[in-house]
Ligand binder design. Structure first.
Ligand SMILES: Cc1cc2nc3c(=O)[nH]c(=O)nc-3n(C[C@H](O)[C@H](O)[C@H](O)COP(=O)(O)O)c2cc1C
Length: 206
């Protein structure tokens, strides 16, 4: 992965690893597209105990995101476990620190998408995806879900929605991605990478 290549930032929070597994599939989809790299980043957990401090480098998964990762990305994929039908607080906390980017329009006209994981099939995947869409729209980003040309959207018995990729991880959060969930997450990553290059050219031309 070269720093000089345009990159798709895949920014996620994952407590038990299910959302991280999805993020890795999106990254594989991005990397299947030439001329663009995937950059995986996570955010620290937040706690009501103010003394609780996360280690600077997480024990597993991606390293912590910095605002510059967002500022210089060509596209953004946000991933979060579903928490009461909403995105998880650590991701929201990070997004709430992005007003400087918003004031400068740093993300305007860049493509974005979202992905999630739930324990149950009807546990609020779509509402969580929409909760991540809202700040992306405020930042002026161009939201790209999953089009129905991905025929597995019609066939999946697990996750996978037109609002974005998703995974049903089960009550113990230990179910692996199904083949459909994996393919849809990859397709989402690949589509975002292609849109990143296309919109980059448009921004440079204007
Ligand atoms: C506080 C809290 C709220 C949750 N709310 C929901 C929910 O509304 N619907 C659901 O299906 N799962 C819910 N879950 C389960 C997680 O979404 C699920 O385990 C997810 O796969 C975890 O992803 P991760 O492995 O990336 O942490 C909740 C979990 C926690 C801790």
């Amino acid at each position: 992965m070269s720093d000089s290549l345009p990159y798709v930032l895949i920014l996620y929070y994952s407590r038990h690893g299910a959302t991280r597994a999805m993020a890795e599939q999106l990254a594989a989809g991005v990397e299947s597209c030439s001329g663009v790299a995937a950059r995986l980043r996570t955010v620290p957990a937040v706690s009501t105990t103010c003394e609780a401090v996360e280690p600077a480098i997480p024990a597993e998964g991606a390293i912590h995101a910095e605002l510059d990762d967002l500022r210089h990305c060509s596209a953004l994929a946000l991933g979060s476990p579903t928490r009461f039908g909403n995105m998880a607080a650590p991701l929201k906390y990070f997004i709430d620190a992005t007003s400087g980017l918003w004031i400068n329009g740093a993300l305007t006209d860049k493509p974005a998408t979202a992905f999630t994981s739930t324990s149950s099939l009807h546990g609020g995947q779509e509402t969580t995806l929409i909760s991540m869409l809202l700040p992306l729209l405020h930042h002026g980003m161009v939201y790209a879900g999953l089009p129905y040309r991905e025929t597995e959207l019609m066939e999946t018995t697990g996750g996978g929605t037109p609002y974005g990729a998703s995974h049903v991880a089960g009550q113990r959060s230990d179910q692996p991605l199904t083949e459909s969930e994996r393919r849809l997450a990859r397709a989402q990553g690949e589509r975002l990478a292609r849109l990143a290059l296309a919109l980059r050219s448009l921004r440079e031309a204007s």
